[in-house]
Design a protein around this ligand. Structure first.
Ligand code: DAH
Length: 336
């Protein structure tokens, strides 16, 4: 017969469901101890069979009951351990998420875009790699023109160059759109300049172009005044100084009154005592430029302007070295 006390002890000392299942198979399984006993019945005298059979059955039921009870116990214990292991320790310090910040150039660019979008302009884009036709010829800058030398750039094979200004986008837009046109074109430009505190071979401009019937210099001035006041404050004034650009006639440079000293500090570090700060170039679109894109200058007129993003951001944030924008020094960038 089997030693029922030993079996009870074995069941009692089990500590995992896996162990318990192994024990169950060894006792009640097809090749287990109880089955072996059942098979042994064949050799027992006929009259003892029912008694012995009933006894074995009794043991079997007892073992089954014990195992089931133990299974519930082990399950509860395993759950307890699992819960304990998964407890969250709320006293451990959390991991700090450090948020990045927008680059001062991005912030400035976004502000400028928002102002013009608010005035009904849409955004146009052109390629960084241009042909000399779009970058110069169509903008009334023929091969012999001195402006080509002052905007020297990087040429590649096949007549392509890195654009020196965003003005070629004017041509691309006018070629593909019937007036009225009202766009700004922000983007990267390139020149073969050596790097110093105010120069970089790579910088950004925002071009503006409005073409329609009856556009005058008053529209240009009104638009630029509204823009300047939005960006630098409502008390800012502007002035236009006559200038020369090949693609505009008349042309001007636009200054804003100093938003720091308001023209009252002869030692102001922003306007250097001038009372005004140079902001952008502008003018009325030259008839030759309109002709180059098939727009009749007798019917349509327009104004254009172009401003440098880096210089604008330097004035706004009082940054004295252009190189800081491109060095990705976190100590610098964190300030904005
Ligand atoms: N493209 C000129 C530059 O890079 C800036 C400029 C001046 C653009 C006058 C204009 C403009 O559209 O009308 O120096």
């Amino acid at each position: 017969m089997v030693d029922i006390n030993k079996i009870k002890n074995n069941i009692f000392s089990v500590s995992s469901l896996k162990e318990l299942e192994e024990l169950r198979v060894s006792l009640l399984g097809r090749k287990g101890e109880i089955q072996t006993l059942m098979q042994g019945l064949g050799k027992v005298p006929k009259e003892e069979k029912p008694i012995l059979g009933a006894k074995i059955n009794e043991i079997k039921i007892e073992i089954e009951t014990l195992i089931e009870a133990k299974r519930e116990e082990v399950k509860a214990e395993e759950l307890k351990i699992k819960l304990r292991e998964e407890t969250i320790d709320i006293t451990i310090p959390g991991k700090k998420n450090t948020f990045g910040k927008r680059h001062p150039l991005t912030t400035t660019m976004d502000n400028i875009k928002e102002i013009f979008i608010g005035m009904g302009f849409s955004i146009a884009e052109g390629p960084d790699i241009e042909t000399s036709y779009y970058n110069f010829d169509a903008l009334n800058i023929p091969k012999s023109h001195p402006a080509r030398a002052s905007q020297d750039t990087f040429y590649t094979e096949g007549g392509y160059l890195l654009r020196t200004q965003t003005s070629p986008v004017q041509i691309r837009v006018m070629e593909g759109t019937e007036p009225p046109i009202k766009i700004i074109a922000p983007g990267r430009v390139f020149r073969s300049d050596d790097v110093d505190a105010t120069h970089s071979p790579y910088f950004h401009q925002i071009e503006g172009l409005v073409v329609d019937k009856g556009i005058t210099m008053a529209d240009l001035k009104g638009t630029l005044l509204a823009f300047s006041r939005e960006l630098f404050g409502q008390d800012v004034n502007i002035r236009l100084r006559p200038h020369y650009f090949p693609f505009t006639e008349p042309s001007a440079e636009m200054d804003i009154s100093c938003f720091v000293c308001k023209g009252e500090d002869s030692k102001c570090h922003v306007c250097k005592g001038e009372g005004f700060i140079e902001l952008l170039g502008c003018g009325m679109v030259h008839p030759n430029v309109l002709k180059a894109v098939g727009i009749d200058p007798a019917i349509y007129s327009g104004f254009a302007f172009g401003l440098g993003l880096e210089r604008n951001a330097m004035q706004r944030f009082k940054i004295n070295d252009l190189r800081l924008f491109f060095e990705n020094d976190l100590n610098f960038l964190k300030q904005f």
